[in-house]
Structure formats: C-alpha cells, structure tokens
Design a protein around this ligand. Structure first.
Ligand SMILES: [Zn+2]
Length: 260
C-alpha cells in the first residue's frame, strides 16, 4: 500500500489540478488576475520544495506512522477494534476536524502565522494557491498528522483517503471558479466552496480569521467561525507583501524570516 500510495496521490493530484484548470475556464470567477499563470511555477515550486524537505526529514511520513501504529496495535482506533467500515469514515472526519483546529492555531500564534502567511500573501487565487504553503508549514503539518496517526491509531486507509481528499479539496476551494448560485449555497451547508473560502483570503483580518475549514464547513458553523459574506469587495493577499516580486519563489521561502 505504501508503494501504491505515491502513485495514487500523484495521479489524483494531477487529475484534480487539470480538472480545476478546465473548470476555471468553464465557470470563471471574473476578477482581474494580472499575474495569472506567471505565478504557477513559483506556487508549484514551493510545493515541490516542501515535498523534498518532508522526504529528507521523514522518509515515510503520515502513512508510515499509521502503519507503524497499526502493526503495534497502538492508538484509540486500534484499542476500540472497530470494524474498518466504521473506523475509516470516522477517522477521516476526525482528521478533518484536527486540520481545522491546526489551521486556527496557525492563525493565532505569531510565529506560525508568519509561515502560514506565505499562503495568504498570494495576491491572486486559483487552484495553485491551494498548493502554495511554506515548506516548514508542510513539514509541521506532517508531524501533526504523524502524531495523530499514533495517538488516535488512524487506520492507514483513512490516512490515505484523507490526504488525497485534503489535497483535492484545497485545489477546489482555492480555484478561480464561480459555481452556479443554487449549487454553491447547497454545497456550503456541508462543504467548503470557493466563494466561502475566498472570504478567508480577504485582506480584512476579521475575515481572514474566519472560514478555517478545509473539507467540511460544519466545524466553522458549529464553532462560530463561519462568515457567509464579506463586508465588501474582497482584496486578496497581505498588504505588505503584495508586490509582484514578493510572489517569486525565493521571496516566498524567505518571507517568514523578514520583517516589514
Ligand atoms: Zn489560513
């Protein structure tokens, strides 16, 4: 399964990215995007750097930890010994809640915000924004998922489903698409849609500190962090890092360590 993991993840990633690029043309979110595709190698380059860093530090990340816990019978789900068809969906939902909490923590703690800010500093949004995270943030997320895999005894199948889902949903909710209004409002009741997540990328801080969910919008709804509409037209990005040269990969890597 570990060998198949890389193939499954890469294939779904490429298919969803291609699908989103098509959707961005079929159902475009009509805002000016002067940098457009110029940003792609920088945003994609950052995710490549992150993946290389993770491989160098932990050869078998979240899935490896899930297998390790399974073979030793460690963690909540293994102690409960639930059948797979019960444990796997519950574990996937639980991981989604965990990532919601992690996202809130990355906004609340200043040095973590400096890492996460690199993602928010994209002055334009499309599917590649959903991949643009600082390599150190990617590494920290891997450690958090590894800890969850061991403490909760996340079944490896659930971890794989979650990782594939998270990657796909991240590209979807950042995509520059406008869903038909009725579909959008129906989906919003349960999942995060692009229109909902764009509010999270607003320059207005109270809007940035809302809509933290990645897959389910229920966590924001239940915990009072949901914001259905922005206060006005949304300006994307972080004011102090909105020059075109700030979107270059070298600047993105250095951004958390600079003061402005
Ligand atoms: Zn955020």
């Amino acid at each position: 399964m570990l060998e198949a993991e890389a193939t499954i993840r890469l294939s779904v990633f490429l298919a969803v990215l291609a699908g989103m690029i098509v959707l961005e043309r079929a159902l475009p979110w009509r805002v000016a995007r002067p940098l457009g595709m110029w940003r792609w190698p920088h945003n994609l380059g950052l995710v490549v750097l992150g993946s290389v860093l993770v491989r160098l530090v932990v050869p078998a990340p979240a899935m490896g930890a899930a297998f390790w816990a399974e073979t030793r019978g460690i963690g909540l789900f293994h102690w409960l010994a639930l059948p797979g068809w019960v444990a796997v969906p519950i574990a996937v939902v639980l991981l989604d809640f965990l990532i919601y909490l992690q996202h809130r923590v990355f906004h609340a703690i200043p040095w973590l915000w400096r890492l996460h800010r690199v993602h928010h500093a994209d002055t334009e949004m499309d599917a590649t924004t959903g991949l643009r995270f600082h390599p150190l943030e990617i590494l920290l997320s891997v450690f958090i998922k590894m800890a969850a895999a061991v403490v909760l005894g996340i079944p490896p199948e659930a971890m794989l489903i979650f990782e594939v889902l998270l990657n796909a949903s991240s590209m979807f909710e950042h995509a520059a698409i406008t869903l038909p209004p009725r579909l959008d409002s129906a989906l919003r009741q349960v999942i995060v849609t692009p229109s909902l997540h764009r509010i999270h990328h607003s320059e207005r801080r109270h809007e940035t500190d809302s809509n933290f969910g990645f897959n389910l919008s229920l966590w924001d709804r239940w915990l009072g962090t949901l914001r259905s509409q922005p206060d006005g037209p949304i300006t994307l990005g972080i004011g102090t890092y909105n020059a075109a040269r700030d979107q270059r990969i070298d600047q993105l890597v250095a951004q958390p360590f600079r003061r402005r």
